[in-house]
Design a protein around this ligand. Structure first.
Ligand SMILES: Nc1nc2c(c(CN[C@H]3C=C[C@H](O)[C@@H]3O)cn2[C@@H]2O[C@H](COP(=O)(O)O)[C@@H](O)[C@H]2O)c(=O)[nH]1
Length: 320
């Protein structure tokens, strides 16, 4: 993930609204000297797991839809993970590549107010009583996943993973090459910045779910960075690692939307990646402890989701 590391470092060096406070960072590392908090993957027990290829299909579909829950204040990641798990338990072929291409959204009504589409609706699959945030995009991305899996990987996400020779870097490259919805990048002060949140989290989810074995065995899992979402930046800010300009702090406090691709948004995400890389480096230098960015991410994320008062930035995006 050199391009993610290098381009986020560039943003951090040139940033105008978000800075990394090195003394804040050192303080956090100091508290981790004794023991580094370890959080189990699926500590909440919400994911589907059968130790086989269907789990890979489940995780790929999950990460294709793993973004932007906040516009519905009652919706969060757990609903998605549990909803998809239940759907799969009820019907093992729910995520077959041909079925993925048939999910619909209620967008067109006939004269009699009936939906013109006859296929199953995504919100029914998730048993969500109203429209999902960015629902049309979610349906489009499901179609994209089904279509490309069918075209290039015999309909199976497990084939995609098998073709990566136990390399998470190759997996991220392959996912972003084949599935445009996973190409999470931005332009920042004239530079292309790569963040690849959902592609990287897919590799990490495999690694976590399969406990580094089988479909989750990656020789280079240390290459993955943290996953730049809207929870971890807020946790890093609370811990004193990230500092915001007063305008940005006020915008987040007021729950104002921050446009996708704005300097502020790119800085929030890229500085989070850079800060976690620095945290990892400091842990190694000061305490001789080798930690993965994935492990730090899971700890920070779990802290964030257990803090209901956490104020995070709001950006409409399919990337996170
Ligand atoms: N950095 C980072 N971001 C993560 C995750 C996960 C889920 N990982 C699960 C997989 C195995 C573990 O046991 C975890 O349970 C979701 N997100 C992001 O959070 C946001 C949702 O927040 P809320 O609206 O409050 O649910 C949204 O952007 C979503 O994409 C993570 O691990 N790291």
């Amino acid at each position: 993930m050199e391009e993610v590391r290098e381009t986020s470092a560039w943003v951090a060096r040139n940033s105008s609204h978000v800075t990394i406070d090195s003394s804040g960072l050192e303080k956090v590392v100091e508290t981790m000297k004794e023991s580094i908090p370890k959080v189990e993957w699926d500590y909440e027990g919400i994911h589907y797991f059968d130790n086989g290829p269907l789990t890979v299909q489940y995780l790929f579909v999950l990460d294709a839809l793993n973004f932007c829950f906040w516009p519905d204040k009652d919706l969060n990641y757990d609903h998605l993970a549990k909803g998809l798990k239940e759907a799969l338990l009820n019907d093992h072929s729910a995520f077959d590549a041909d079925r993925l291409q048939k999910y619909t959204v209620i967008i067109a009504l006939g004269n009699d107010n009936q939906s013109l589409f006859s296929g199953p609706q995504l919100r029914e699959l998730l048993k969500w009583p109203r429209s999902l945030p960015l629902e049309e995009e979610r349906v489009r991305l499901l179609h994209e996943v089904g279509f490309e899996l069918e075209r290039s990987f015999e309909g199976k996400a497990s084939k995609l993973v098998e073709s990566c020779g136990k390399s998470a870097v190759k997996l991220v490259a392959l996912v972003t090459r084949h599935f445009p919805g996973f190409r999470d990048h931005s332009m920042y002060k004239g530079h292309q910045v790569f963040l690849y949140k959902r592609a990287q989290i897919f590799a990490a989810d495999l690694w976590g779910a399969f406990k580094g074995q089988g479909y989750g065995e990656f020789n280079d899992i240390g290459s993955i960075t943290m996953f730049a979402d809207y929870i971890v930046p807020a946790v890093l800010q609370q811990l004193g690692v990230l500092k915001y300009s007063s305008t940005l702090a006020n915008a987040i406090q007021a729950s104002s939307e921050i446009g996708a691709g704005t300097e502020e948004e790119v800085e929030l995400r890229a500085c989070s990646i850079f800060a976690v890389e620095k945290m990892r480096e400091l842990l190694s230098i000061k305490c001789g402890k080798q930690v993965l960015s994935v492990e730090l991410d899971l700890w920070l994320w779990s802290v964030g989701v257990q803090c209901p008062s956490l104020q995070h930035h709001r950006t409409l995006s399919i990337y996170y």
